[in-house]
Design a protein around this ligand. Structure first.
Ligand SMILES: Cc1cc2nc3c(=O)[nH]c(=O)nc-3n(C[C@H](O)[C@H](O)[C@H](O)COP(=O)(O)OP(=O)(O)OC[C@H]3O[C@@H](n4cnc5c(N)ncnc54)[C@H](O)[C@@H]3O)c2cc1C
Length: 385
């Protein structure tokens, strides 16, 4: 068993880490306060290929494997989880339906635009359908060689900046899972509009909005797979990109630990650095264990994805564990900073606000437990399978 990264994986990890240290971390508090997407930084990331990770090589992309994509997500999230979320929603969650379900012409359209700078978004959640996403109401009705889309999608990452969306809709709610269809939708089609921008607790450097479809005529050629065959595309997409959320959460867990370690070695109380107190040192030891375990879990899931293994339950475990680890580590970092941790002078209060979303989006912690529990009761637990 070899835990080392390959030369290529280490190269891309280091590139993302350098970018996060030099171009993201120094500005992340500013972006958080401004509640604005740093478009100039996104342009720099586009130049470096960080906004289009994993576009298959046959369509002109870097063809990165899942391990590499997740390493990028972890490193960028160490700098700012909002920017990492922008990447995940565009190149992974938003684009994975294309990877999974598109034909050659469709891939050329989507990836061509993406590589030229089109940010992508993923439209599944609705005001009335969150964890129960299959209870969606957004309708698609066939009209000649088009489908007409009507409905509102809620909490869409990159809503305000995306140029293309992967969208899930139903032919008829009565058809249940057999009525789900997946589409690629150009943001500029008549009838596509952006609704409320959310005023969020954290990841404030990323755009989260409603996306509204009113009598949008989508060419039938933009449907992924066959009519009513959207469910497997959706499920595979969520299974794939969940691992990247675990990687982002690991980034927050690690950034929290690093900030706490630096501070605890400098801050003196009772004539000693607070790191010398066992209560603080043990807290940091637990933080390190959580960061390390999160990383091992997401790397295992990504490795299985790259090597044709059974990854779905492991990716749920990784997302569940790393989300909780990010939250706990960030709360502990604030504690180690004492009163200063409670101010906006240091990034740890931001880590705490950013971490919370890792337990909510792409399947809440409760939903991940449901997925894992269901798998276990059907198949049992086989650690080396
Ligand atoms: C910042 C942000 C970005 C997002 N980005 C996107 C995006 O790009 N695209 C997209 O489609 N969606 C996106 N989402 C939506 C996100 O995936 C949903 O918010 C999430 O799936 C939960 O759905 P909900 O908010 O409707 O909560 P609900 O489903 O209403 O859940 C409320 C609570 O009930 C619990 N619960 C629900 N059902 C069960 C059950 N059966 N058993 C036990 N507990 C249960 C949940 O765990 C949760 O604690 C985003 C959300 C946010 C906040």
């Amino acid at each position: 068993m070899d835990f080392r990264l390959t030369e290529e994986q280490e190269m891309i990890r280091q590139m993302a880490a350098d970018f996060a240290v030099n171009e993201i971390a120094p500005y992340c508090i500013e972006w958080d306060k401004a509640d604005a997407v740093p478009l100039d930084t996104l342009a720099q990331m586009q130049e470096l290929g960080l906004l289009t990770i994993g576009v298959p090589a046959e369509y002109g992309g870097d063809g990165l494997d899942n391990v590499s994509k997740c390493l990028v997500c972890e490193e960028i999230a160490k700098g700012d989880a909002g920017l990492a979320t922008t990447i995940v929603a565009s190149s992974l969650l938003g684009s994975d339906p294309i990877l999974v379900g598109a034909d050659d012409e469709q891939k050329k359209w989507w990836y061509g635009r993406h590589l030229e700078g089109a940010v992508c978004g993923f439209c599944l959640t609705e005001p009335g359908a969150g964890s129960d996403a299959l209870g969606m109401s957004t309708k698609c009705v066939k009209d000649g060689d088009h489908y007409i889309l009507n409905g509102t999608k809620q909490f869409i990452t990159n809503g305000g900046i995306a140029k293309q969306f992967s969208v899930f809709a139903t032919l008829d709610k009565q058809l249940g899972n057999k009525g789900i269809c997946a589409f690629m939708v150009d943001r500029d089609l008549p009838g596509v509009s952006i609704g409320n921008k959310e005023d969020k607790l954290g990841i404030r450097s990323t755009s989260t909005t409603q996306v509204i479809f009113e009598d949008v005529r989508v060419p039938a050629s933009m449907m992924l797979g066959k009519e009513g065959a959207g469910l497997p595309i959706l499920m595979e997409t969520l299974d794939l990109s969940r691992t990247a959320v675990a990687a982002m959460a690991t980034g927050i867990a690690t950034a929290s630990l690093e900030a706490a370690l630096n501070y605890a070695n400098e801050r003196q109380q009772f004539g000693k650095p607070i790191a010398a107190f066992q209560a603080i040192s043990f807290m940091m030891a637990d933080m390190a264990v959580r960061a390390e375990a999160s990383r091992l879990l997401y790397l295992k899931a990504a490795y299985l994805q790259d090597n044709g293994g059974l990854f779905k339950t492991v990716s749920s475990m990784a997302k569940l564990y790393a989300g909780d680890a990010a939250m706990t580590n960030a709360v502990d970092a604030v504690q180690i900073f004492g009163g200063y941790g409670y101010t906006k002078e240091y990034p740890v209060e931001k880590y705490m606000r950013d971490a919370k979303i890792m337990q909510i989006f792409e399947g809440t912690a409760q939903v991940q437990r449901m997925v894992i529990g269901k798998y276990l009761s059907k198949n049992g637990y086989h650690p080396f399978a």
